[in-house]
Design a protein around this ligand. Structure first.
Ligand SMILES: Cc1cc2nc3c(=O)[nH]c(=O)nc-3n(C[C@H](O)[C@H](O)[C@H](O)COP(=O)(O)O)c2cc1C
Length: 327
């Protein structure tokens, strides 16, 4: 997406990147860049409502209230605090700092993309985390909304823009092309949807946060391998990257960068060093000089049988089951 990184291993948005005590450790462990926790559309809208409420209060009480307004001291919460985090990260780090905006609807809140850049962000990641629960809303309406939102954020900033999306589209390739045309310089594949569970004792819905596992890497791997070489924007892999082997597979599939959150929460920032070490050893054993040499070499466009990434593979796989062989 136009950022020069010394490593393809990136710390994705989450509590580790949100903790200033971890920043140096991430950098020293070899992170190519970090993505800060998201600033949410809801937080920005709430903040705007609070400010409006505060101003209205003043206007009702005093005739000359307008003259007091510039003096109102807003506490450093929500978006203001977030902008401060970006500033501090920029001051303390020499690797690129990517700020994250998280929302689903076009609107005034997107001007915060510019505020994040003014605070020092090298790039913006726009997270389109969305759950469309209304059956009356069509997929084309939702997709149109996403494209409009990307266009709005694009219009706010000139720095590189990454768009993080979910895998659940009928035609992901077409959606990827539309997001790219709307101004995305990179796509982050994928968001990991947090699904609620039911507690059988209390019969309540529980929202339990579970960290990912390596098995989840197959979904971004499949789509990165499929889209590599078909788009001009960069591709970042997110979900299920826990070790060097996971990261390496995604690079071979065609990822420009590989991102991790759960593994860093489990093992700490230094785990990046372990992952990098694995990749380096593997490359040395096989005489690779650079990641560029191996990137995409097992993508759909570069394997002798591209059908392994298609429906034909499904047919083969389900017919490969044999009793006792797949325990
Ligand atoms: C506790 C936690 C907080 C997260 N916060 C954010 C966030 O603020 N913004 C965002 O885009 N993703 C956020 N994520 C998602 C991660 O960036 C990442 O996409 C997801 O966890 C999948 O990657 P992983 O398998 O490496 O964990 C969060 C994940 C976790 C576990």
């Amino acid at each position: 997406m136009g950022l020069q990184l010394h490593s393809p291993l990136v710390a994705s948005s989450g509590p580790v990147t949100g903790d200033p005590r971890m920043w140096r450790r991430l950098e020293e462990a070899g992170a190519g860049a970090i993505v800060l926790p998201s600033l949410f559309e809801e937080e920005i809208e709430q903040d705007a409502r609070n400010v409006g409420f505060a101003l209205d209060q003043g206007v009702d009480s005093f005739g000359e209230a307008q003259s007091f307004l510039p003096g109102i001291d807003m506490p450093e919460v929500g978006p203001a605090k977030h902008l401060g985090l970006v500033e501090r990260a920029r001051e303390q780090l020499s690797i690129p700092v990517i700020a994250s905006l998280n929302g689903t609807t076009p609107g005034g809140w997107v001007r915060y993309a510019r505020h994040l850049v003014d605070a020092g962000a090298h790039a913006i990641e726009l997270n389109l985390y969305d759950i469309v629960v209304d059956p009356a809303v069509t997929s084309s309406e939702v997709e149109h909304r996403y494209v409009e939102l990307v266009e709005e954020v694009r219009a706010e900033v000139r720095v590189p823009l990454a768009v993080k999306l979910s895998p659940w589209f009928s035609a992901l390739g077409s959606m990827a092309m539309r997001l790219q045309a709307a101004g995305a310089d990179a796509l982050v594949l994928f968001n990991r949807l947090y699904q609620p569970d039911i507690d059988l004792d209390s019969l309540t819905v529980v929202s339990r946060l579970q960290l990912s596992t390596s098995s989840e890497v197959r979904l971004p791997l499949h789509w990165i391998a499929t889209l590599h070489g078909r788009l001009s924007c960069s591709l970042a892999a997110s979900s299920g990257v826990h070790d060097g082997a996971d990261a390496l597979k995604l690079l071979l599939a065609g990822a420009d960068v590989v991102m991790s959150t759960s593994a860093l929460l489990r093992h700490g920032p230094e785990h990046l060093r372990v992952m990098e070490h694995f990749i380096r050893e593997w490359m040395v054993e096989r005489d690779y000089d650079s990641v560029d040499q191996l990137r995409g070499s097992v993508s759909r466009g570069n394997v002798p049988d591209p059908q392994v990434y298609e429906r034909a593979n499904y047919h083969q796989v389900i017919h490969s089951w044999a009793p006792g062989a797949h325990r």
